[in-house]
Design a protein around this ligand. Structure first.
Ligand code: DQA
Length: 148
């Protein structure tokens, strides 16, 4: 089976996971989440890399880089850019790599401005509300999609 190359992108404020609103986002740090994904990836024949930025343009540049690197699939928690960024949507459309939109919290249980996503209708899948398990579910789902 071909080794898959997966990129996990984390948007603004997710560098603060562990201390940021733990009642909403849990107590796991971003480093814990990335480690877990790396280990799970290895067991599923996928090479997982990750990147976090608080800056919209840097996330877009990293997506363009993913195209040049031949990345097979993307897991993205766009954080607040989910609800605001047409630029991120356009970047994802322009690189044409399947992606899963992930949220730790159930955005549909929260404020109405979080119910809108500029990405969901062009995502291969959406996982929201499982805390850090959202990411591992996304990785399993994305790998299954890519292998089929
Ligand atoms: C989030 C939900 C967003 O609404 C919020 O802006 C975030 C995190 C989540 O993972 O639950 O920063 O994407």
């Amino acid at each position: 089976m071909k080794q898959l190359n997966i990129l996990v992108l984390h948007g603004p404020n997710l560098n603060l996971l562990g201390t940021r609103e733990p009642e909403t986002y849990g107590s796991q740090t971003l480093a814990n989440i990335n480690d877990e994904l790396l280990t799970l990836g290895k067991s599923l024949a996928a090479e997982v890399s990750n990147y976090q930025s608080n800056h919209e343009g840097e996330l877009i540049d990293r997506l363009h880089q993913a195209k040049r690197d031949g990345v097979d699939g993307i897991i993205i928690n766009p954080a607040a850019y989910t609800h605001t960024s047409i630029a991120l949507r356009d970047a994802l459309l322009s690189i044409d790599i399947p992606f899963i939109e992930v949220h730790l919290s159930n955005v549909h249980q929260r404020e109405s401005f979080r119910h809108q996503s500029f990405l969901s209708d062009v995502a291969s899948g959406i996982i929201t509300g499982f805390g850090n398990t959202s990411y591992t579910l996304a990785l399993r789902g994305l790998i299954t999609q890519l292998q089929n």
